[in-house]
Design a protein around this ligand. Structure first.
Ligand code: UDX
Length: 441
């Protein structure tokens, strides 16, 4: 099938590359000429394991191309995906759809009869129907007597494992208003249905809400275990054992029960806020989601206090080593990372911060201008009064603890991802604070 992917951001690029891997002819379009020129040279603008090799192989096979010429590729496509950014609108947190509108207006001018326009971007409930109307109006204005349908096909890709998530999803959700459109999208995902991946065929509104409800539920699960972790610290219980103890109940499930510094990233914070915006417009209250958003925001802010407490109540004039800056490992994405709340608060309290991240330092540099970015984890530890693990990158999981202790002024660790055990830290002579577990001093 011939497919156009509008926008070469994270979702567009991963989805475009994976559809070409399925055997479709995919053209990825972006108005940013420099980005397209870089992609044509084989340079991938985002860090995602396996993406560069997949793009190279499919470009080589002639199934994946990059262009700024939207008209030409849309005119030749049966399916056109809209994967443009939908940032949070300033002030109200509601998703900003201006890029989506601009994309569909351009598409309407070139689209062929019978084509399907599909939203991959996360858009508020009702957007698909609004876009169908908008495209219809635009076609009428242009005197184009053709029929185009609009579908919703939300993505559930996790950064760092996006390719695996695309090729082996738990499910594919398709929202459309007629059988022919459902059938077109089903053909696109045929390689997955052959592997018995469940396809959820539903209405556009339901598909749009599945995306928000899914992300809000996962954000709730994380926030719940984080609150239980706070309680564990006060009553001497262990949150990891609680997560295992409740997660083995099949009705609860063991995933997304890792306590930490609070969720971040490009989706959960934005989508939970957008869901609240959608509910408000519909005159419905969502007290649980509301509580999750505020609990997570205040948690990220409170994390700096733990570090200050670990240093005896003040970090004035002290050096804090930070390991991990991105919102999670295997990405260079800094969006809404807990590090962006924690580090400024430490600087404000008079600390100097030297940090390391395996992939995120280029993104982090302009966001954390007063942080010393170091070439490696051990460089960041030199002369530190405390080390804080914010992101659980693999390289931090097996640190040479005697070497860590010898580089630091005093061996104090605040492990916000629970990657070490109390026993090994005690043996290495550390004062050790983690999340939802007993402190070792
Ligand atoms: C998420 C969804 O998982 C994905 O389906 C959706 O399409 C986009 O948003 P992503 O933001 O890439 O993906 O990362 P994810 O792995 O879900 O983690 C999100 C945040 O939650 C991170 O900050 C992570 O550290 C945190 N998290 C996750 C926890 O604190 N504990 C957990 O148990 C799981």
């Amino acid at each position: 099938m011939k497919v156009t992917m509008v926008a070469t951001g994270y979702v567009g690029l991963v989805s475009g590359a994976c559809f070409s891997e399925f055997g479709h002819d995919v053209v990825c379009v972006d108005s940013d000429e420099r980005k397209i020129a870089a992609l044509n040279r084989g340079e991938i603008p985002v860090f995602e394991p396996g993406l560069d090799a997949m793009v190279a192989a499919n470009t080589e096979a002639g199934r994946l191309t990059f262009t700024t010429n939207l008209g030409e590729s849309v005119a030749a496509s049966e399916v056109i995906f809209v994967a443009v950014d939908t940032p949070s609108r300033h002030g109200d947190g509601y998703a900003d759809l201006s890029y989506v509108y601009a994309a569909v207006d351009d598409i309407a001018a070139h689209v062929q009869d019978g084509a399907v326009v599909v939203t991959k971007s996360t858009v508020p409930v009702g957007t698909g129907s609004e876009l169908a109307e908008r495209i219809g109006q635009r076609l009428a204005e242009l005197g184009r007597d053709i029929s185009v349908s609009v579908a919703s096909n939300p993505e559930f890709l996790r950064e760092g494992s996006a390719i695996e998530d695309f090729k082996r999803p738990d499910r594919v959700v398709v929202g459309a208003e007629d059988e022919a459109t459902h059938a077109t999208i089903a053909r696109l995902y045929r390689p997955l249905s052959l592997r018995n991946v469940p396809m959820v065929h539903t209405s556009r509104e339901t598909a749009e809400l599945i995306k928000y409800a899914g992300n809000a539920f996962l954000a709730t699960k994380i926030t719940f275990i984080n609150e239980i972790a706070d309680l564990c610290e006060q009553v001497g219980a262990n949150v990891q054992e609680i997560a295992r103890g409740i997660g083995l109940d099949g009705r609860i499930g063991s995933k997304f029960l890792h306590a930490g510094p609070g969720y971040g990233g490009s989706c959960f914070p934005k989508d939970t806020r957008a869901l609240l915006g959608i509910a408000e417009q519909a005159d419905v209250t969502l007290p649980i989601v509301d509580a999750v958003v505020s609990s997570n925001e205040s948690r990220k802010k409170r994390m700096a206090d733990r570090i200050i407490a670990a240093c005896g109540g003040s970090v004035e004039g002290k050096t804090v080593a930070v390991l991990g800056l991105t919102f999670k490992p295997n990405t260079d994405d800094m969006r809404e990372s807990p590090s962006l709340d924690i580090i400024p608060a430490l600087l404000e309290a008079g600390a100097s911060v030297q940090a390391h991240d395996p992939e995120g330092m280029r993104e982090a540099a302009p966001l954390l201008p007063d942080t010393k970015l170091m070439t490696g984890p051990y460089e960041a530890l030199e002369g530190a009064d405390v080390v804080v693990i914010i992101t659980e990158w693999n390289v931090y999981r097996a640190l040479d603890l005697p070497r860590v202790a010898s580089l630091m002024n005093q061996p104090i660790m605040v492990d916000l991802r629970n990657i070490y055990t109390a026993a090994e830290m005690q043996q290495a002579g550390f004062t050790y604070y983690s999340v939802g577990r007993e402190a070792i001093s």
